[in-house]
Design a protein around this ligand. Structure first.
Ligand code: LM2
Ligand code: CA
Length: 510
């Protein structure tokens, strides 16, 4: 029986610098092939996600894709003046999959099947804290709904009452029983509501969905959410991977720790401090400080955390604001992702965006590239042989996950899982750093204006390796720099200005 690599690593007693490997407590996403990072294909259509799994994500070793909410949702033609705002999908109208902005139920099933077939799990963004905002409307499937009235699903007593607004984060009841941004708050304490939500998630798991991001988990009490998770887990053959969106802030009544024990302690939680701290170092700080990056910086234990440089909210100032690096930062964004994917902390989520501006609420509400009428114009539209990516003009798809340093570092993370520790740390006291992952890999990150060439001490076996930042490794050959590690572990690596270099045992020359 193929044993999870992660469990094997733990069983072998692999030492960890920064806490247990995430795989110790949450193995659902650690497959035999040791896939250790996932991507959020924000607002992608199901047909496009399927093609992306087959052509890129599977071969590159991604473990999963977080997709946008698949449920029937409110249809908003204009928000803050912007056409077809992305956030309409966070206003559920039912749990019907036919149809959301990303496509039909049949397309969704086809995507799940095709991604699973190449080792890439689908993680559904589960919006279960609330239904729509507003007083009435028409859904993505053309059905009418009105306040507290969702035909065939929910009515008055299925919502928290008396109705109140979330406005006091020092009071847990206010945060969890009131309306977040005017979104009608479900009475998640009742068996009926819990049952409807659980039925939705069990249905998805039975379709082959591998995990759930629980949206606005902070606004559902741990008791209510724990009951829903247990209900789902008890009804499916294989436990899904769960990660809960709980934004931690000092002094608030609701804290991420309150959710750690849910699902028998097998859930992860989003660590919003991770990207915030990386912003502090990569945008204007000193990379040398990162030597100790981890729980001592106030981050949750590694094995509980989903780590990310930015997400769909933070990249546009939603969800409480704060400064995060985004694709707009160009090479610096690459470097932060290279660091995240090399550093043994948490389960990393790579953000993949469509182009947007950040100057106003109009800009940050702006929906994905679309045809007239609002239908999404996907990167794979038009039966092309490669997706329309790397376009940072409005109307384009950015596809950060296909930026070579980011995509290839997923392979680095997979290949280095067995050594869940940092070795051979080096820095120049400023913004040039380098570190190893024992005998599995070595990375150099240069956030300075001059190239860095140096003979580094690594712990890699002697041999010739492909630098997966300057090129791609394919079938034993390398389109970039080939680096020689000598018998003593020394290797000369070059990282260009605001660039990086990385070698690992999964990309060794034959
Ligand atoms: C989340 N996590 O907890 C999502 O990551 C985040 O993207 C969602 O907000 C939020 N929770 C609710 O699921 C987004 C967006 C909001 C937007 C909501 C609902 O950031 O701006 O709110 O989705 O679509 C919009 C309007 C807001 C209005 C509300 C209700 O922007 O002004 O409030 O709808 O009509 C009156
Ligand atoms: Ca709530």
């Amino acid at each position: 029986m193929p044993r999870s690599f992660a469990r094997a690593a733990v069983a072998l007693g692999v030492a960890s610098l920064l806490g247990a490997a995430p795989w110790a407590a949450s193995t659902a996403h650690a497959q035999a092939s040791a896939r250790t990072a996932f991507v959020h294909l924000f607002e992608w259509k199901w047909t496009d996600v399927a093609k992306e799994c087959e052509t890129y994500l599977g071969p590159k070793g991604f473990a999963g894709v977080q997709v946008s909410p698949p449920n029937e949702h409110n249809w908003v033609t204009s928000g803050n003046g912007a056409p077809y705002p992305w956030w309409m999908r966070y206003q559920p109208v039912s749990y019907n999959l036919d149809r959301s902005r990303s496509g039909t139920r049949a397309e969704f099933q086809d995507m799940v099947n095709r991604c699973n077939a190449v080792g890439v799990g689908i993680y559904v963004d589960a919006v279960i804290n609330h239904m729509s905002g507003g007083s009435s409307g028409t859904s993505s499937a053309g059905r009418s709904w009105s306040y507290h009235h969702y035909p065939g699903l929910y009515s008055g007593y299925d919502f928290h009452s008396p109705v109140c607004a979330v406005n006091n984060y020092s009071n847990a009841d206010n945060v969890q029983l009131c309306e977040l941004s005017g979104l009608q708050d479900l009475h998640t304490g009742t068996p009926y509501v819990r049952g409807k939500i659980a039925d939705y998630l069990v249905g998805l798991a039975n379709m082959g969905v591998k995990g759930f991001r629980v949206d606005a988990a902070k606004h559902i009490s741990p008791g209510d959410l724990g009951a829903i998770i247990d209900n789902v887990n008890s009804r499916v053959a294989t436990r899904p991977y769960w990660f809960l969106e709980v934004i931690g802030a000092p002094g608030e009544a609701v804290q991420p720790e309150q959710y750690f024990g849910l699902g028998g302690g097998q859930v992860n939680v989003t660590e919003f401090n991770y990207g915030k701290q990386l912003y502090g170092k990569f945008a204007n700080g000193r990379l040398a400080d990162l030597e100790t990056f981890g729980p001592t910086w106030g981050l949750m234990p590694s094995h509980k955390a989903v780590a990310f440089v930015d997400n769909h909210d933070k990249q546009r100032g939603h969800g409480g604001g704060g400064s995060y690096l985004t694709y707009h930062a160009g090479s610096t964004y690459n470097l932060a992702n290279v660091f995240m994917l090399a550093w043994p902390y948490g389960y990393p989520s790579v953000m993949s965006s469509y182009a947007f501006n950040r100057a106003s609420e109009y800009d940050t509400s702006f929906g994905p590239p679309h045809h007239s009428g609002g239908a999404t114009k996907g990167p794979w539209d038009g039966n092309v042989s490669s997706p329309a990516c790397f376009n940072q003009q409005i109307g384009g798809w950015v596809c950060e996950h296909r930026w070579r340093p980011i995509g290839n570092m997923v392979g680095f993370r997979n290949a280095t899982l067995g050594t869940w520790a940092v070795t051979d740390w080096w820095d120049n006291d400023h913004n040039q750093i380098a570190f190893g992952r024992g005998d599995k890999g070595f990375v150099v990150i240069n956030k300075e204006g001059a190239a860095l060439t140096r003979n580094f001490k690594t712990s890699l076996p002697a041999g010739r390796y492909c630098d997966v930042i300057s090129g791609d490794y394919l079938n034993g050959s390398c389109t970039g720099q080939v680096v020689t590690v000598d018998a003593g572990g020394y290797a000369t690596l070059t990282a260009p200005p605001y660039g990086a270099a990385a070698i690992h045992v999964g990309a060794r020359m034959r």
